[in-house]
Design a protein around this ligand. Sequence first.
Ligand code: FAD
Length: 384
Amino acid sequence: MNTSPLDIDQDILDSIERWSERELKPIAKKYDHADEYPEEIVEQMRELGLFGATIAPQYGGLGLSASTYARLVTQIASIWMAPVGIFNSHLIMAACVQRHGTDAQKARWLPKFASGEWRGGIGLTEPNAGTDLQSIRSVARRDGDSYVINGTKTWITNGVYGSHFAVLVKTDPEATPRHKGMSLFICEKGEGFTAAKKIRKLGYKSIDSAELVFTDYRVPADHLIGGSEGRGFQQAVGGLELGRINVAARGAGIAQAALRDALRYAQERQTFGKPIAQHQAIQLKLADMATRVEASRLLIDQAAQKYDTGERCDLESSMAKLFASEAGVENSLEAMRIFGGYSYSIEYDVERYYRDAPLMCIGEGTNEMQRIIIARQLMERNPL
Ligand SMILES: Cc1cc2nc3c(=O)[nH]c(=O)nc-3n(C[C@H](O)[C@H](O)[C@H](O)COP(=O)(O)OP(=O)(O)OC[C@H]3O[C@@H](n4cnc5c(N)ncnc54)[C@H](O)[C@@H]3O)c2cc1C
């Protein structure tokens, strides 16, 4: 009997579910509260092939579709969201190389990215520029066979523990429109490129978010993704459709976790002689929470399926990202209310969901920007 790709995808999802329940669940609280990097988990994620999840099999990756990858992310995030960032940001960097790199660049980097031997992330944001990426100030100046980079990136996931980053800079700061002067380089840490400081955060603990500083950092010219200048902005934002589906999947995972824990607690906790789940006020919350989880799943599936067919899906991925990230925030807050005073105790996981969820409303384009993208797409698809 032949094994179909769908069977293989289901096998992978089953093994991720078993792994996250068995390995992640028991340690999430300890690492989160200590804000400690989970080395043992990173090693296990390497063995599971997660650092190559969406990298093509010819380079040693699993080559998962966006649909399967989104389900995998939701599953892990429903146990502990933070570790997803360790392979997700890395895979966004890998996707830039896979989609836009030359053959030589793919052969040089993708196998080591897929194995997790070289890990990293994506460096776009700067202290003065997040949403308005075209106003970044980092500059790469050509000098013989290399470029010399100066500038600072901030909030970069995997900034301390990663070795390689796709870094957006200006190769022509005077260009108009501004994006025509932007380029993306794969930069490896070394002389002139260091992680300056780890940023302390509300949630998304254990994962390093850092400032990256480039001081006369010399990068070989053949590290320019695609080989020609001026395409960096499109290369960087081109990956955002998939990035949004992934952030949506993380939000959905948190929304699911909050529902699961609240549903259990509401059936255990008694007030006025009956479980609180028997009070209508609590039932209304549970019903809304469950509906948000299902609606998130359907929106994510729709966006991911469209992405997998190669169709443009900015409307769908923005809707999924907007809805599912807000679902994570709303469900975690509702879970806090259902847990009452105990929600404030670090004994339960709901306080972590509540601290982790808001990030999904910010990353891969804030939800304000998602609404603007949705509205623009509506008008583009429905002209007068
Ligand atoms: C934990 C964490 C991890 C991150 N990881 C990474 C990473 O790995 N790599 C990376 O490059 N970046 C990363 N970021 C940065 C993130 O992508 C930015 O924070 C995000 O893009 C928003 O940019 P900003 O913070 O500069 O906000 P700003 O751009 O200053 O926006 C501030 C507010 O203004 C609103 N706003 C801005 N412009 C408009 C407009 N035109 N219309 C309406 N509203 C607008 C925004 O929606 C927001 O509400 C991370 C951030 C965090 C918190």
